[in-house]
Design a protein around this ligand. Structure first.
Ligand code: MN
Length: 208
């Protein structure tokens, strides 16, 4: 049975694995401190809700909904992010490459647009590649914070964290340099797997 609370996922690699593009220190703090904070924050809110549902105490529903969206968004996006980091992986091939070519013209054009989305996020946020379940198109989301400008229900294939906490140790305030380095650790295989999963899930829904 699924856990009733959130858990920080272990990384599938050691903290040095993404060097020199992402340092051991940067990745360790990002995973153990920043990601953990969203997990702990979300669980604290669940505890507050559970307590209220047990003892009937009053809850500020509006405030809790807003904060839960922030904490859960942070947890879900970081969990995807760790999975789509891989050192020097060959560029997209197969169905993912075909779709990137069809929907963006070519791979370089996709990388250019994704880079612009990431560099241009106002304040803190994410660039994400998602599949539109209605048109079968790949679309880029420029997510502000963890939860603004999200297309609801679009499966996310690839994300890039551009909160300053993701790069301040390695790149100081130079977000563009960090985004440029990301292309050396972009896990195309994980994106291809998620695309296949999303398309299969959509096919299964269609055939119902
Ligand atoms: Mn982060």
């Amino acid at each position: 049975m699924a856990s009733r609370t959130y858990t920080l996922p272990a990384l599938e690699y050691d903290y040095k694995y993404l060097e020199p593009y992402m340092s051991e220190e940067q990745l360790t703090i990002h995973h153990q401190k920043h990601h953990q904070a969203y997990v702990s924050g979300a669980n604290a809110l669940l505890e507050k809700l559970d307590k209220a549902h047990t003892d009937g105490s009053d809850v500020d529903v509006k405030a809790i909904c807003k904060e839960l969206s922030w904490q859960i968004g942070g947890h879900m996006l970081h969990s995807l992010f760790w999975l789509n980091l891989k050192i020097e992986e060959a560029p997209a091939s197969g169905e993912l490459a075909a779709k990137l070519n069809a929907d963006f013209g070519n791979l370089d054009q996709f990388k250019k647009e994704f880079t612009k989305a990431a560099v241009g996020v106002e304040g803190s946020g994410w660039a994400a590649l998602a599949l539109c379940p209605m048109t079968d198109r790949l679309l880029i989301m420029q997510i502000e914070k963890h939860n603004v400008n999200v297309f609801p229900g679009y499966p996310i294939l690839l994300v890039l964290d551009v909160f300053e906490h993701a790069y301040y140790i390695d790149y100081k305030n130079d977000r563009a340099k960090y985004v440029d380095a990301f292309w050396n650790i972009c896990g195309w295989g994980a994106a291809a797997t998620r695309l296949a999963q999303a398309q299969n899930a959509l096919k299964a829904m269609d055939s119902r």
